[in-house]
Design a protein around this ligand. Structure first.
Ligand SMILES: C[S@@+](CC[C@H](N)C(=O)[O-])C[C@H]1O[C@@H](n2cnc3c(N)ncnc32)[C@H](O)[C@@H]1O
Length: 193
């Protein structure tokens, strides 16, 4: 097998799509989604996680596959229909804000956080789409270390994700060391004083 050499963490700590999708069941089970839940998957791309989540909420839940790119949603629809989840809906959104049909129990954001131009503003406004007791789960390549700094900040260093989500009005409630090279955390809306 053609494996990428692992670099020392001080030089580069980051994960790839392959790391993320090696065992999507492990990620999906950490999300503790149950039948009847309303879930949003922001930036589903090919739907590797989306279809698992759509099965987990069946028979009467809903998974919204939320993307700013219509062709991505069209491709996902075709791919998903072959696997026949009846709980999947696609939603086209503007790039700068979340607009979905109803609040969710879980908003899952895998490798999409770094695409958001102003994540603090995005998630602050998105709080109205998180049900009471609901969660936002962020899975993001760490992209930390000297090499990542030199290359620019394409990914989301874990400290920055936490700080931005705090600014947006969220509390960190769990972290998971499940995906190599990735930071994986869950947040709840911080109660207003
Ligand atoms: C790198 S892919 C992530 C795919 C998948 N979630 C994963 O973990 O591999 C990023 C996805 O986010 C979508 N996207 C990028 N910017 C977005 C935005 N501002 N709002 C919604 N979706 C966006 C892209 O079209 C793409 O489907």
């Amino acid at each position: 097998m053609n494996r990428r050499p692992r670099l020392p963490r001080w030089l580069y700590a980051g994960g790839s799509r392959r790391d993320r999708l090696r065992d999507p069941d492990v990620v999906a089970s950490a999300l503790r989604v149950k039948p009847g839940d309303i879930v949003g998957d922001l930036g589903p791309a090919y739907g590797h996680f989306t279809v698992l989540l759509a099965r987990a909420v069946a028979p009467d839940g809903v998974v919204y596959a939320i993307d700013a790119d219509q062709s991505t949603l069209d491709d996902l629809r075709v791919a998903a229909d072959e696997r026949n989840p009846t709980t999947l809906r696609t939603v086209l959104v503007p790039r700068d804000r979340l607009e979905i049909p109803e609040p969710v129990d879980l908003l899952f954001v895998s490798a999409t956080y770094h695409h958001l131009r102003d994540p603090a503003r995005y998630f602050s406004a998105a709080r109205v789409f998180v049900r009471p007791g609901g969660r936002v789960a962020i899975l993001e390549s760490r992209r930390e270390g000297l090499l990542a700094q030199w290359m620019g900040t394409h990914g989301g260093p874990s400290g920055r994700v936490r700080a931005v989500m705090a600014e947006a009005g969220f509390l960190l409630t769990a972290t998971h060391e499940l995906v190599p090279g990735h930071w994986f955390g869950q947040f709840q809306v911080r109660p207003q004083p």
